[in-house]
Design a protein around this ligand. Structure first.
Ligand SMILES: N=CN[C@@H](CCC(=O)O)C(=O)O
Ligand SMILES: [Zn+2]
Length: 411
């Protein structure tokens, strides 16, 4: 199957030389073609150019994109979209004055979602999760990472990861699975960290590896959750099974966790609402991608990642949703991009780079996703008519995604 998109007003994120990620000042550059065409063939991008070179391939479906922007589908490198039910009561509790940490200290938060998940059967969990995935694909997400971490038992974690596997097999979006058994200490292990660490390392990990259910390993490195030392053990255990680390860190406190993640060659460090100069120094010149989650800052009213400071230091930055029932019940990457521009003072060019090419890097997909490049996956957003792509973050509450192509098919 071939699709020819022609008369594209602005074709964004056009990369002809291999680019795995962009950093610092380069993030302000978004290579663009005006008055362009793009051809897909099968599941990949077959070519693109300006309209004076537009081909007329036989049998191609033709889409006229007059007045529209076309860009790579979003690459959302951090989600927890496999979960049961919601935490809507905690949302109201926060409105009434409780903080995220206070709710967690009362036994709510992650443990609340874990209790519900363990009561929910796999079929129902799949049904709820598939509906979320379908929604975000319609909003332009073509590649997504999904974490476990609401099981916190061997069976619960396996159930989540099996649901992720089934989503991978069923949907055209690229999906990476991350094992997050180290998301919180279950109540019965509150005073027995060693015991839960043993369960993760000696029981969960081997069972997950046996079924080939995970691509990455994660831990919530935070005061009151997993310490630097515990997270280091988790990363080392993951390495033994070939699972690189993607770590939740610096959401509420900076406790020298980023340097530890870098030492363990983490693929990404995510959240980063609190970032010190030492953290920035630790990230410089490394292969670790910092990932900001502005919808989380928005929803639970915590600081935004200091993007300007990080880009000025020459670092790269990716943007992701953090879609989860507690801190971010939204998987909308369009809102993430807008919020990064509005609240983190990222330019539209920086935000789009962060949500495409750098997002792909943060889940090991930059060879196949994240840019308009011949041979990469045909994962494409066509917008509604816009005066320019600046309208994407500007009109922040409006859905400007008109159609989405994933793996060469209009979804
Ligand atoms: N902070 C850790 N994990 C999730 C939230 C988990 C939850 O509250 O359910 C996050 O990334 O924000
Ligand atoms: Zn998260």
């Amino acid at each position: 199957m071939k699709i020819l998109i022609k008369n594209i007003a602005e074709l964004l994120q056009v990369r002809t030389t291999p680019t795995d990620r962009v950093s610092g000042a380069d993030m302000a550059v978004l290579p663009t073609l005006n008055n362009a065409w793009l051809l897909t063939e099968g599941t990949t991008i077959a070519g693109f150019g300006t309209m004076d070179t537009c081909p007329a391939p036989e049998g191609a479906e033709v889409i006229d994109a007059t007045g529209r922007a076309v860009l790579p589908a979003w690459c959302d490198s951090h989600t927890h979209m496999v979960y049961a039910g919601s935490r809507v009561q905690e949302f109201v509790d926060r409105i009434n004055g409780l903080s995220y940490e206070e709710i967690a200290a009362r036994g709510g938060g992650i443990l609340n979602s874990a209790a519900l998940l363990n009561e929910t059967d796999e079929e129902e969990l799949y049904r709820q999760s598939a509906a979320r995935l379908e929604e975000v694909m319609r909003l332009g997400t073509g590649a997504v990472e999904i974490k476990s971490g609401y099981g916190l038992t061997v069976q619960g974690e396996l159930k989540m990861l099996r649901v992720i596997k089934r989503l991978k097999e069923t949907y055209p979006a690229a999906i990476k699975a991350t094992f997050l058994g180290a998301h919180a200490f279950p109540k019965e292990y509150k005073e027995d960290h060693k015991g839960y660490m043993g369960l993760i390392i000696n029981e969960m990990l081997p069972a997950i590896a046996e079924e080939g259910l995970a691509d990455y390993i994660d831990a919530f490195l935070e005061t009151g959750y997993f310490s630097v030392e515990e997270t280091e053990r988790i990363m080392e255990a993951g390495q033994k099974y070939g699972l690189p680390a993607k770590i939740h860190v610096n959401q509420f406190t900076a406790i020298h966790g980023i340097a530890a993640c870098v030492r363990h060659n983490a693929l990404s460090v995510d959240h980063l609402e609190i970032v010190t100069d030492e953290d920035i120094e630790a990230l410089k010149g490394t292969a670790t991608m910092p990932v900001a989650l502005p919808s989380c800052s928005y929803f639970i009213s915590i600081p935004y990642t200091p993007a300007r400071k990080m880009l000025q230091a020459g670092l790269p930055l990716a943007l992701a949703t953090d879609f989860n029932p507690g801190t971010t019940p939204s998987g909308n990457m369009n809102f993430v991009v807008a919020t990064a521009c509005i609240k983190m003072r990222m330019t539209p060019e920086e935000a789009i780079n962060a949500a495409t090419i750098n997002g792909a890097y943060a889940m090991g997909l930059s060879k196949t996703h994240g840019s308009i490049t011949t041979g990469k996956k045909a994962n494409i957003i066509i917008t509604r008519p816009v005066s320019s792509y600046y309208q994407l973050p500007y009109a922040f509450g409006t859905n400007l995604v008109e159609s989405v192509i994933i793996n060469g098919k209009v979804i």
